[in-house]
Write a new protein. Structure first.
Length: 196
């Protein structure tokens, strides 16, 4: 293959390098690059300036990098720094999340039925009564009827129309004759209702 003429588009990238001829070695010009005693050949200098036809590269630690390589390295460094900061907790918020507490339910109130309390202390009158009667026995009848749920208003000891109406309602609820008079049957049923 030595001495063969190759076409203008031939790429000898994978071929073995040929030793320089006499004319090539005299055509080379060595260039001194400063105090660090680095010798750069003219064709090497041209290659680093026009690597890939994109212009010059960036020299980092004595190595020439393309712009793409330099950007990749720069982005990698930024990503590593961000990862370290995130691991250190720089980006986490330390604002506590408020807790929502529900107020305790209001206390439940139990209401004692007044009927039970009153029935224990309320007694039925000891005698039969009729409309127009007055006195403590009528007042006792009115308290008893109020405690059983048959309203006569404020007990006043007078067997008036309100007391008569309450007696009639009590008689009707207990299947008695509704005459508005507290006779022996009504009195017995009233005593039974108050004791039981």
């Amino acid at each position: 293959m030595e001495g063969e003429e190759r076409g203008p588009g031939y790429d000898d990238w994978f071929d073995e390098p040929e030793p320089p001829s006499e004319t090539q070695s005299t055509a080379r010009r060595d260039v001194y690059d400063g105090d660090d005693e680095v010798w750069v050949l003219p064709e090497e200098e041209d290659r680093t300036r026009t690597r890939g036809g994109r212009g010059g590269g960036i020299v980092i630690a004595g190595r020439t990098l393309t712009t793409t390589q330099a950007v990749i390295i720069g982005v990698s460094i930024v990503v590593v720094i961000l990862a370290i900061l995130a691991a250190a907790g720089v980006f986490s918020t330390s604002t506590p999340v408020p807790t929502v507490s529900t107020p305790p339910p209001p206390p439940t109130t139990t209401q004692a039925t007044t009927t039970q309390t009153t029935t224990q202390t309320t007694r039925a009158p000891s005698q039969t009564l009729k409309p127009g009667d007055t006195g403590p026995q009528v007042k006792q009848l009115q308290v008893a009827l109020n405690s059983l749920g048959y309203s006569v208003g404020t007990p006043d000891g007078v067997y008036g129309p309100a007391t008569q109406t309450a007696v009639e309602q009590f008689q009707a609820a207990n299947n008695l004759a509704t005459d508005g008079v507290v006779g022996p049957e009504t009195l017995a049923k009233l005593q039974q209702s108050l004791s039981g």
